[in-house]
Design a protein around this ligand. Structure first.
Ligand code: AMP
Length: 214
């Protein structure tokens, strides 16, 4: 099963993508996580990506597409994968389709987790992330057991630079201009499914499982 998660930054698509990956035993591929891991490891890619990420801008397609194509050609993706944060532009979607069609495959589902902008801005200000292991939390809906400390690895959790209010506004603008057109793109391919992302997380997940099948 090959799935794309669509939705504005902060719509909860990452949390849902992780749960889908667990339930269906397929890899969770998050381009944001890959860039952050590169940044932590001090690679060139990480340094270049940070310049864009900190301003709420998209990392250029030429830095993004190849790394995803590489990842999905690995053995563990044979039975499918869930893409979280990719594609984010029409050229990225076209590159993905072209790479898959070369091997006679296509995406099965594009799931749009739909949340209005007002809710997003409120949510993002409460988001916290562990800079060490990448785990994400929310001060109200998914709090850490001990305030400010990652449940998984014990490192401090912080408001990421790209979750600062000004950056969030910019990310939303970029989302509407560059990523939202993908909704029509996948509607035309007849693989778009929308779920109401304002519901509690368990209900969003339930709605997704209904679409994908148990
Ligand atoms: P995320 O964790 O998915 O919200 O991604 C964090 C940041 O990484 C985004 O705001 C972008 O700057 C960058 N990024 C992640 N995925 C992509 C992508 N597919 N194309 C371009 N930039 C991306």
């Amino acid at each position: 099963m090959k799935i794309i998660m669509l939705g504005a930054p902060g719509a909860g698509k990452g949390t849902q993508a992780k749960q889908i990956a667990d339930k269906y035993s397929i890899p969770h591929i998050s381009t944001g996580d890959i860039f952050r891991a590169n940044l932590k490891a001090g690679t060139d890619l990480g340094r270049k990506a940070k310049e864009y990420m900190d301003q709420g801008l998209l990392v250029p397609d030429e830095l993004t597409c190849d790394l995803v194509m590489d990842r999905i050609s690995q053995d563990d993706c044979k039975n499918g994968f869930v893409l979280d944060g990719f594609p984010r532009t029409i050229p990225q979607a076209e590159a993905l389709d072209a790479a898959l069609s070369k091997i006679g495959q296509k995406m099965d589902y594009a799931i749009d987790v739909d949340v209005p902008d007002e809710n997003i801005i409120n949510r993002m200000s409460g988001r916290r992330a562990c800079l060490n292991c990448g785990a994400t939390y929310h001060i109200v809906s998914i709090p850490t057991k001990v305030e400010g400390v990652c449940d998984r690895c014990g490192s401090p959790v912080v408001l990421r630079d790209d979750d600062q209010p000004e950056t969030v506004k910019k990310r939303l603008e970029v989302y509407h201009a560059q990523t939202q057109p993908l909704i029509d793109y996948y509607k035309e391919q007849d693989i778009l499914k929308s779920v109401d992302g304002t519901q509690p997380m368990e209900n969003v997940f339930h709605a997704i499982v209904e679409i994908l099948g148990a």
